[in-house]
Write a protein that binds this ligand. Sequence first.
Ligand SMILES: [Zn+2]
Length: 77
Amino acid sequence: MRQYKTIVKETKEIKKLVCNKCGREIPVIEGVPQEDVLHVEKRWGYFSDKDNQLDEFDLCEHCYDELVKGFQIKIED
Ligand SMILES: [Zn+2]
């Protein structure tokens, strides 16, 4: 037989979301962003000058569109 104990795990929900590029606040209702955004989480590795640095940012859809417009190679749909 097994007996279990209840473990309360920490849960996180978004309380504030701001586009890093334009500074616009994205509305959040009960932890759910009301617009889709690009969220980037990058852990830099050994072959970078930022060894093990964690970078994180969010871009609203408008700023995402502006960013990819500047690409030499267009992204594929
Ligand atoms: Zn933006």
